[in-house]
Write a protein that binds this ligand. Structure first.
Ligand SMILES: [Zn+2]
Length: 198
């Protein structure tokens, strides 16, 4: 998911936020290209994560680095071409290492309230739309070591959890928009693709 710029940079000058290179994006990390809308992997449900080994831990760190590199606040494995139920979220954009959340096999166990807010997606760059999401969600998931945990998110964090879990089910935010808005975006993407710009 892409951040809401006004909210993410409210405590710092926009220029500082834009040029900052988060610590986590170290030179050793692999930066994956982000799969764009149109690739069928984005509309397929991912397979459960079963092996929690060193390879998975490396993949998770590479996903964080790829997400920070693309200035996102959430990234799901299908977005880097891996059809797995795995996502990373950091609504601080790399500013707080404690805000890094790994979601392996996540499920929503409780949702409450409603918030209509604009959101975007790293796989659909340049397009945003208003999506109704729960204000609070509690999810259960496993971390990179396979340990089960529960976490509650509010507002942007709740939205990021829902957006990423949607990805693991092959659902994009476009599917939550009105048919009119969705078709408009799809037409524009089709045009971009014809021009070789997508
Ligand atoms: Zn997305």
């Amino acid at each position: 998911m892409t951040p809401m710029p006004d909210k993410l940079t409210s405590s710092e000058p926009a220029s500082a936020a834009a040029t900052e290179v988060p610590q986590a994006a170290s030179a050793a990390r692999k930066i994956y290209p982000i799969v764009k809308y149109g690739d069928p992997i984005l509309e397929r449900a991912g397979a459960p994560v079963k092996k929690f080994d060193a390879e998975l831990e490396q993949l998770v760190e590479d996903m964080f680095a790829s997400m920070y590199g693309a200035q996102g606040v959430g990234l799901a494995a299908p977005q880097i071409g891996k059809s797995l139920r795995l996502a990373v979220v950091d609504v601080t954009g790399g500013k707080n290492p404690e805000a890094k959340i790994v979601l392996a096999n996540p499920e929503i166990v409780h949702a409450e309230g409603e918030v209509r807010e604009e959101e975007g997606c790293l796989s659909i760059p340049g397009f945003r739309g208003y999506v109704l999401r729960p204000q609070f969600v509690t999810i259960k998931a496993q971390n990179a070591k396979g340990e089960a945990f529960e976490i509650r998110g509010e507002n942007l964090l709740a939205r990021a959890f829902c957006h990423e879990i949607d990805h693991l089910n092959g659902i994009l935010f476009l599917q939550h928009l009105s048919m009119l808005k969705r078709d408009l975006i799809k037409r524009k993407i089709k045009k971009l693709r014809k021009q070789g710009e997508w």
